[in-house]
Design a protein around this ligand. Sequence first.
Ligand code: NDP
Length: 251
Amino acid sequence: CSKPQFTVKSVLVTGSNRGIGLGLVKRFLELPNPPEWIFATTRELAGCQSKDVSESPVMSIDVTDPNSIKAAAKRVEAHLQGHGLNLLINNAGMLRVTTMENENVETMAIVYLTNTVGPLLMSQEFLPLLKKAAQQSTQTGLSCSKAAILNMSSIAASIEVVPLWELRKTPSYRCSKAALNMITRCLSLEYKDCGILCTSIHPGWVKTRMGTEAALQTVEETTQAILKIISTLSEKENGSFMGWDGKIYPW
Ligand code: NDP
């Protein structure tokens, strides 16, 4: 039997003014059958780098600000004119270069708020639109063409691997992404019966402001690979932690 076609009608990417988020928006625009609605988002609308994606609506979302998330959800709903939102990519994130000695209340709190609470608030606020997309879909099972939340996580969060410990400690970042992985698991359990898939993705080590120039992969390579993964995700990967290379990663 033939596989269901990969066609995402609408997608929203947080933190898409630069880095991996911007790359993802560009890859969606390049698809032979691009989504009808690609919502690129940025914290600051003024002077953002999203000029090259100006065909798609650019909205402001600060994932640490519930009011900005609420306002964006209203604007997205208006754009969609009765359609649901197929795919929410919680990509926005931050890293503070910290050690076990200098980590403190401020760094723990802001990194957790951005990397963990932000994706949770986004998922809650966009849930009605995601549910609507699932209801409107004729596809069986779970897929990103139907309705999905992808959380941009990091292998740095893996309690089993704890990679590059000698090089970088960053406890706030590791903890925030480990907690994000738990959010992924909780969302996947809660919403699978509504037809919504949820998966954590490790994008690899990528040349961005966060990843630095020393990173191994370009934004283009990573985002091409992630688009491929997005096109194949099914209930098998619901609630799991996947790498850009298509492998399941240890929690
Ligand atoms: P960048 O630092 O290049 O970009 C981060 C993006 O997140 C920017 O658009 C930034 O916006 C946005 N952002 C930060 N805080 C907020 C906020 N409060 N509200 C809205 N947007 C915000 O990072 P990457 O592109 O490398 O990272 C993207 C994701 O991938 C992150 O979640 C990161 O943790 C993850 N990741 C990256 C790796 C890498 O090697 N690069 C490795 C593993 C995971 P602004 O321009 O306003 O600051």
